[in-house]
Write a protein that binds this ligand. Structure first.
Ligand SMILES: [Zn+2]
Length: 199
């Protein structure tokens, strides 16, 4: 009786194994197909990202100038870096701003970072901005800002480029769009970056 039970149990086990075995095989086949599909997807993604990586190397950023053309007004080891965010001032030179704080020269990568400093209570004097045409600093009160053009901005989704001459601003606007405003308006638009960030 016991022998019969063991035998039938053995048969059940064997049958069970036979039933399971083809399923396992099928699963393995499916898995390998899936793996192949994943590999081919990975390859196409790799090709795309390689192409993307080439773009910035071929096209230098609009803001970037030769180091010899950049006016850096700060002293010390941090001379080349934005006083607020630390970004390189030569790389983002065409949106650079400068001001005096307690008699010390401070330089920013952008109107965004100057606005950030004012928001934090800094009492800045003599704010200046780079004229995109001449690459020289001019008082912000004399600048024409082209806001929201298709040229990428610095630290902000809405770009802001300043010009000493209205004609230069208009030429830039004709090519890249955006609107021409004074410093006060550009500053109000820069403040919106921070309101958006808090929401
Ligand atoms: Zn900055």
């Amino acid at each position: 009786m016991l022998k019969l039970l063991i035998t039938s149990l053995f048969i059940v086990l064997m049958t069970g194994c036979q039933n399971i075995s083809p399923e396992v095989k099928t699963d393995k086949q499916t898995a390998s197909v899936k793996q192949k599909k994943m590999q081919s997807t990975d390859k196409s993604q790799a090709t795309t990202s390689l192409a993307d990586q080439k773009k910035p190397m071929m096209h230098k950023m609009f803001q970037t100038v030769d180091k010899k053309d950049a006016i850096l007004v700060q002293q010390g080891a941090q001379k080349e870096h934005c006083a607020m965010c630390g970004m390189n001032l030569v790389k983002f030179y065409k949106t650079s701003h400068a001001a005096k704080l307690n008699g010390k020269n401070i330089q920013y990568c952008s109107l965004h970072c100057l606005t950030d400093h004012i928001n934090q209570g800094a009492e800045l004097e003599n704010p200046m901005v780079v004229d995109v045409r001449s690459l020289k600093f001019i008082p912000v009160t004399e600048a024409f800002y082209v806001v929201g053009s298709d040229v990428k901005g610095t630290m902000s989704p809405v770009s802001k480029y300043a010009f000493k001459n209205l004609e230069d601003a208009k030429r830039f606007q004709k090519k890249h769009g955006g609107k021409i405003v004074d410093f006060y308006s550009a500053w109000q638009i820069a403040k919106k970056d921070f309101k958006n960030a808090k929401q």
